[in-house]
Design a protein. Structure first.
Length: 498
């Protein structure tokens, strides 16, 4: 093999996207909130972009009475301060000086007092609706420790234990006491560490700082609870049997009746396996629908793109006039032309996003009208390729258009991707969505005899009776995803005993 350096001419065909097309695809894929942030960023960088207010951007009345040519011009009138008069006309002229000096004053229409008041109220509501920071698990436990009279060494180790607890993990103590002590700790230090752990485990919420599920449940028991001794016995020695619904084995080993074990199990369900779950910070994202569905008088659904939340942009008339009247320098002209192209591209991309989203959402709604009328069990199998052929675009455009987009329907606010589902053929050859199969599977399980629940093979046969042909492995997969336990766990031993 010989290596050499040299120049070589080759002709290759490469597909490249124009910057304008790339920007258009990026704008299309943005969610509603992300689009607003993008517009705000572009406006801060491009002075030619202005917010358009449809309520104030009106044209002058063409039927307004024209001024007499003999009347003196407004700018030629002399300002006279007459203490005997209110001088209303003079003050009005002072207020309109911004129209006489366009280089220094904004020519856009002034916002009315009502509009500024509405904006202020809207911002006030946003601030008022911001959730206050809740008390953290660490603050809650440290506050309780501060009220206890503890030995300084015990308090120090207890604070270390609290720092190791994670509310997302339920508040379990996953570390070891040896990790919190110096190397070669003596018996006294180990004794203080165990005392510190016992102190933390006595705090609220009950079960905190447990090292496993069994200890967590035992820490929550109190002698005045119903079935206290039975709970203590089952949690200590038969928790795995209870998890797997092996009640006959618990009956044989403890001598308790099935009814007694079932009643104890009901009390056990009142305990909290994750004591710190209430302190976990759960982020609930704000969902803003991009499109809305309205039902017309003809009984069909029509899509309306939400125009209110997307700011309307326009090109600044001031910079247009600077470029048109020739008063700008060469550097200013180059700057204005460059920013003008960027601003126009952005406005066109937003308009194209609006049109594409409206077309795609309308085709989806047309296809899934039965779902909107009758419920989730009537959703139709739908692929993105089908919508792409209807709209006349590439399937990747459909994927970008529905990505992180939401639609407000009579069935609630749903992601647009929710309407794209796979399916299979029923016994009569019709396409059936997987969502319909999952709903039917849940219905069959809910109506089964719990003393003799269906196995996965039985579930296959039950669905075939409803015209749905599904493989057993598919039933098993869906059952596990839906959180439906196996037939052994679903068996009700109390009904068998009776």
């Amino acid at each position: 093999m010989r290596l050499s350096l040299g120049l070589e001419a080759r002709q290759v065909q490469v597909q490249k996207l124009a910057p304008r097309m790339i920007q258009s695809m990026e704008i299309l894929q943005l969610a509603q909130m992300a689009l607003q942030e993008r517009i705000e960023l572009e406006m801060s960088e491009n002075p030619l972009l202005e917010m358009q207010d449809p309520e104030t951007d009106f044209q002058e009345d063409p039927y307004a009475e024209a001024e007499s040519p003999d009347a003196p011009a407004e700018s030629e009138k002399e300002l006279v301060v007459d203490e005997k008069q209110d001088n209303a006309e003079d003050f009005e002229r002072l207020d309109e000086l911004d129209r006489e000096l366009p280089e220094f004053f904004d020519e856009s229409p002034r916002r009315s007092a009502n509009q500024m008041s509405e904006d202020a109220d809207r911002k006030h509501d946003q601030i008022a609706n911001i959730a206050a920071r809740p008390e953290s698990l660490h603050d809650h436990l440290l506050h309780q420790l501060g009220e206890l009279d503890l030995h300084p060494d015990v308090r120090e180790i207890a604070e270390r234990i609290v720092s190791c607890l994670d509310s997302q993990d339920g508040g379990y103590f996953r570390s070891s006491l040896e990790d919190l002590l110096p190397p070669h700790a003596d018996r006294e230090q180990i004794k203080l560490a165990r005392e510190a752990l016992s102190v933390v485990q006595s705090l609220d919420p009950p079960g905190i700082a447990a090292r496993d599920l069994r200890e967590c449940l035992l820490l929550q028991l109190t002698p005045d609870m119903p079935f206290y001794e039975e709970l203590k016995t089952i949690i200590t020695s038969h928790l795995e049997d209870l998890r797997d619904n092996r009640l006959p084995q618990i009956k044989r080993k403890t001598g308790y009746s099935i009814e007694h074990i079932q009643a104890t199990w009901d009390e056990l369900r009142k305990l909290n396996p994750k004591p710190a779950a209430g302190f976990a910070e759960t982020h609930v994202p704000t969902v803003t629908p991009d499109v809305q569905v309205e039902k017309g008088e003809d009984g069909r659904y029509h899509v309306v793109v939400d125009e209110y939340r997307t700011p309307q942009l326009r090109i600044s008339e001031y910079y247009r006039s600077r470029l048109a009247n020739g008063t700008a320098t060469d550097e200013e002209k180059e700057f204005i032309r460059r920013k003008l192209n960027a601003a126009q591209w952005l406005i066109d991309s937003i308009e194209q996003r609006r049109n594409t989203l409206a077309k795609v959402a309308q085709e989806i709604v047309n296809y899934q009208q039965r779902f909107l009328d009758e419920g989730p069990e009537f959703i139709e199998p739908l692929k993105m390729q089908q919508i792409a052929e209807k709209v006349g675009v590439h399937v990747t455009t459909i994927s970008r258009a529905v990505d992180d987009k939401w639609i407000q329907t009579p069935r609630g606010i749903l992601p647009l991707r929710r309407f794209f589902v796979g399916g299979t053929q029923s016994s009569d050859g019709e396409e059936v969505a997987w969502d319909t199969i999952r709903l039917k599977l849940q219905e069959v399980v809910d109506q089964e005899d719990k003393s003799n629940p269906y196995s996965d093979e039985d579930l296959v046969r039950q669905l075939e009776r409803h015209g749905l042909k599904v493989a057993r492995r598919t039933i098993t997969k869906y059952r596990q995803k839906m959180g439906i336990p196996g037939s052994r766990q679903r068996r009700d031993w109390a009904k068998i005993a009776n």
